[in-house]
Design a protein around this ligand. Sequence first.
Ligand code: AKG
Length: 253
Amino acid sequence: MADDVEGMTQALQEDGFAFIPGVLTPEEVEIARKKIDGLKPFGFDGQGATDHYKCVFNREPYWLSFLDRPGVIDLAEATMGQECHILGQSAWRSHPGHNGWQPHTDRIFFEVPEHLLLSGEVKLPIYLCTAHFYLSDITEQLCPTYVIPGSHKSGRPLAWGKDPDPQWHGKKLQPVLCKAGDVLFFRSEIWHSGSQNRTQDQTRYLMQVHYSHRFIAQQFSPYITWQFNPEVLEAANPRQLRLLGNHKKTAYD
Ligand SMILES: O=C(O)CCC(=O)C(=O)O
């Protein structure tokens, strides 16, 4: 599946997401979980039932390898251009008590009458996507991400948490149940939600990489005081450097 870039691109156009199994090995998952356990919050990071660490790629070179994973980066480049870059990379720990149920769209760039999208007269360009690297086996109890397949073709936004049980053409939000090491790659217009950790004693570990077309400004927090870590720049390969913003000397690619 990870080598079927055409099939995954088609899935992003039709369903609004592509599922890529087995991107990380069990050993890689184990190490990533330990690394998340070692993170210290600062800036806009959050701690509590949900620990949320932003822009982790800037903390040490270890995190860079998630930016250009085969299959995932190929899909990003095929859909958002050879000069696409990242907007951020967030590590999560969702503990018992975490409740992420907030159906929403991440970004609708312009609204389009639904019938034009359904008929195929208008095809929405892909500008912004998120890759979820699951670092836990995801069950109904352990906060799956929910999606409504095809709902990007509604052509309209779903405001954060306003409608707790949205439906689109009779379809409700469906949980994405998967294994640690799998990746869900979804476009910003898909109707989706986090959910509850209903377990007593398990934590969901998740890594997000946010990709966009080059023309969307990078949003590395805490914004005004942002500085690249020289050790990370030194270690990054050319593709990773481009994903961090080292673009060709042209403005419109
Ligand atoms: O926690 C999740 O699975 C979903 C996160 C999410 O919806 C988001 O970051 O936009």
